[in-house]
Design a binder for this molecule. Structure first.
Ligand code: C2E
Ligand code: MG
Ligand code: MG
Ligand code: MG
Length: 282
C-alpha cells in the first residue's frame, strides 16, 4: 500500500517538476526574442529629495508584456535571464535605452537641473567582464553625462566577490558614474563593508522601510545605516515608501532620497516626462 502511494507520489512530483522545468525553458525561449518583438520596455519610478521634496531622478524598471501571458514581473523573468545568460544581451539593451531616455528628458528640461536615471545591473553582468566598457559606450552613444547615470548593484552581488567588485566599481566611478548598493541591509554584509567597497550610495531595502513605524528594530537599523553612511559621505535612499508617516520619519532621520508608491508609481516614459516638466514649472 505504502509502496504504491510512494510510487504515485513520486510520479506526481516528477511530473510537477518536469512541468516547472518546461515552463522555465519555454519562458527562456520566449524571452530570447522579447526585446526585438517590442515586448520589453522600461518604466520609470520617480525619486525625490526628502529635504525639499524635489524630483531628482528616476529608477528604470523593466517590464515584459508577453503576447499571451500579459505582464510578467521582473522577479520572475530577471531570474530566468540571469540563469540562462540572456541578461548579457538584455542588460546592455536596458542600459542603452535608459541612457537614451534620460537624454530625452534632459533635453526637454533645458537649463533646469538634470534628473538622473538609475539602472539595475545584475550579478551576472558584474562578472561578465566588460561592464565598464558597455556603460561607457551607452553614455557616449546617448550623449549623456556620466553624472546623470546611477548604477544599482545588489549588496550580495558585491560581497560575494569583493575584490573584483571593488575594482569594477572603481572603474565605473572613474567614468563619473554613481554606484549605489541596492536592497541594502538584506545581505547581512554588515555596515563595515561600506568602508571597503567604493560606493556613492545605499538603497535601504523596502522590507525595513515597511516596518519603520511599528518595529523598533527596523527603525534602529535604518537610523544606524543613515548615520554610518553619512559619516562615510554616502547618500542614503529609502525604497518602498508607501505611507506619509514613513516619509516624515525618514525625513526627520535625515535620509537623503526616497521612492515608493506614496511618492509615485513607476511611469511610462511619456508620463515621467510630463512629471519632469511639471516639476520644472513648480
Ligand atoms: P529593485 O531594484 O529593488 O526595484 C524596486 C522594486 O520595488 C520595483 O519592483 C518597484 O516597482 C517596487 N516598488 C517601488 N515602490 C514600491 C512600494 O512603495 N511598495 C512596494 N511593495 N514595491 C515598490 P519591480 O519593478 O517589480 O522590480 C523588481 C526587481 O527586479 C528590482 O528590484 C530589480 O532587482 C529587478 N529589476 C527590475 N528591472 C531590472 C533591470 O532592468 N535589470 C535588472 N538586472 N534587474 C531589474
Ligand atoms: Mg533597484
Ligand atoms: Mg531594491
Ligand atoms: Mg521587521
Amino acid at each position: 500500500q505504502a509502496k504504491v502511494a510512494g510510487k504515485s507520489c513520486y510520479r506526481f512530483f516528477s511530473r510537477a517538476m518536469n512541468e516547472a522545468v518546461e515552463r522555465r525553458v519555454h519562458l527562456e525561449n520566449e524571452l530570447r526574442g522579447a526585446w526585438d518583438r517590442g515586448e520589453l520596455r522600461l518604466v520609470y519610478q520617480p525619486v525625490y529629495r526628502l529635504a525639499d521634496h524635489r524630483l531628482v531622478g528616476a529608477e528604470a524598471l523593466l517590464r515584459w508584456r508577453h503576447h499571451e501571458q500579459g505582464v510578467i514581473a521582473p522577479s520572475v523573468f530577471i531570474d530566468v535571464a540571469e540563469q540562462s545568460g540572456l541578461i548579457e544581451t538584455i542588460g546592455p539593451q536596458v542600459m542603452r535605452a535608459a541612457c537614451g531616455d534620460a537624454k530625452r528628458w534632459q533635453r526637454a528640461r533645458g537649463e533646469d537641473p538634470p534628473l538622473f536615471v538609475s539602472v539595475n545591473v545584475s550579478p551576472r553582468q558584474l562578472r561578465s567582464g566588460d561592464l565598464a566598457k558597455m556603460v561607457e559606450a551607452s553614455l557616449r552613444d546617448a550623449g549623456l553625462s556620466p553624472e546623470q547615470l546611477h548604477i544599482e548593484l545588489t549588496e550580495t552581488a558585491v560581497i560575494t566577490d569583493e575584490a573584483h567588485a571593488s575594482q569594477l566599481l572603481t572603474r565605473l566611478r572613474a567614468l563619473g558614474v554613481k554606484v549605489w548598493l541596492d536592497d541594502f541591509g538584506t545581505g547581512f554584509s554588515g555596515l563595515s563593508h561600506l568602508r571597503r567597497v567604493p560606493v556613492d550610495g545605499v538603497k535601504i531595502d523596502r522590507s525595513f522601510v515597511a516596518d519603520v513605524l511599528r518595529d523598533p528594530d527596523d527603525l534602529a537599523l535604518t537610523t544606524a545605516i543613515i548615520a554610518m553612511a553619512h559619516s562615510l559621505g554616502i547618500t542614503v535612499v529609502a525604497e518602498g515608501v508607501e505611507k506619509e508617516g514613513q516619509y516624515a520619519l525618514l525625513r526627520e532621520r535625515r535620509c537623503d532620497l526616497a521612492q515608493g508608491y506614496w511618492l509615485g508609481h513607476p511611469l511610462e516614459l511619456d508620463e515621467f516626462m510630463a512629471l519632469a516638466a511639471e516639476a520644472v514649472a513648480a
